[in-house]
Design a binder for this molecule. Structure first.
Ligand code: FES
Length: 156
């Protein structure tokens, strides 16, 4: 059964709600929504993959958003993406590190093209960034996390 306009209008807000609450849309939520709205899971997957706002996997603790819009692309975004993925050991198109610490997301345009290339790491925005600076931003977080874990272990 295809998703009718009526079903779709109820479906998208529900999926958005789940995503806001959990950071992604888990399989269990898809089955529940499927039963509740009487829409097949494959139709729901169709909607989830059509809208790029939805995530099917949990995100890491830290978000690294790299703009890959035109201005950033021509000013070196691909080199920044390579540097960050290399620093985090991300391969084969994976967006999230195995330890669940980082997710790297390529974003269309932050609307700050005059600062291209632009990267946002958690709450910090950095324009005119170089691949080395991007690596350092990520390393700083890794170091801080390691320090935090060490302190927690010492307190136990
Ligand atoms: S293209 Fe990167 S901020 Fe616009």
């Amino acid at each position: 059964m295809a998703v009718s306009t009526h079903d779709r209008s109820a479906l998208i807000p529900l999926l958005q709600e789940v995503q806001v609450e959990m950071g992604y849309v888990p399989k269990e939520a898809i089955s529940e929504i499927s039963k509740e709205l009487r829409v097949s899971t494959s139709d729901i997957f169709g909607v989830l993959t059509f809208y790029s706002q939805f995530r099917l996997n949990p995100t890491g603790k830290h978000m690294v958003k790299i703009c890959s819009g035109t201005a950033c692309h021509v000013r070196g975004a691909p080199l920044i993406i390579d540097a960050v993925e290399d620093e985090l050991g991300l391969e084969d198109g994976n967006e999230t590190t195995e330890d669940g610490e980082f997710t790297v997301e390529k974003v269309a345009c932050f609307g700050a093209c005059s600062l291209a290339p632009v990267v946002i790491v958690d709450e910090t925005t950095k324009g005119n960034i170089t691949p080395d600076q991007a690596r350092r931003m990520v390393r700083k977080i890794i170091k801080a996390e390691a320090k935090k874990k060490k302190a927690e272990a010492a307190n136990e």
